[in-house]
Design a protein. Structure first.
Length: 139
């Protein structure tokens, strides 16, 4: 009963994280200009200053389409529990990669495992006591 929703959540969360990270990687490799360096510096400051974080978010919204911004917002929500682990890192790649990998492990692999577990626990196992005839009455 819970298998299908859990599997959908696992696939959807994994797809969001992978697409967002792929788009981030494309952006970073495509533009290594002064402007992107300034944006990275702004993101570093934004991690410590809420007003700067809002400014970076508005800049990101202007550069990206609504669909892209929706993907990035969903990714931010999924990776938020793991972001504090690498908040002080000087590398933007580290700040994106570590939370993404951990979120994939939790939401992708974790929910897929729960889906398999819920499916397996709903059916009787082969060779269980309910499948074998009662032998105690014959003795």
């Amino acid at each position: 009963m819970l298998e299908r929703p859990l599997r959908y959540v696992a696939v959807l969360a994994s797809a969001i994280i992978l697409v967002s990270f792929s788009l981030f990687a494309i952006d970073e490799t495509r533009s290594a200009s002064v402007q992107s360096r300034a944006a990275i510096a702004a993101q570093e400051v934004a991690g410590r200053d809420p007003e700067a974080a809002a400014a970076v978010e508005r800049l990101r919204e202007r550069r990206h389409s609504r669909v892209r911004e929706g993907i990035d917002d969903a990714n931010d929500l999924l990776t938020r529990p793991f972001s504090p682990l690498v908040r002080d890192s000087g590398s933007i790649w580290m700040r994106r990669t570590v939370p993404s990998v951990l979120a994939l492990l939790l939401f992708g692999a974790g929910f897929a495992f729960l889906a398999r577990f819920s499916k397996g626990s709903a059916r009787p196992r082969r060779g269980s006591a309910s499948d074998t005839p009662h032998i105690a009455g014959r003795l």
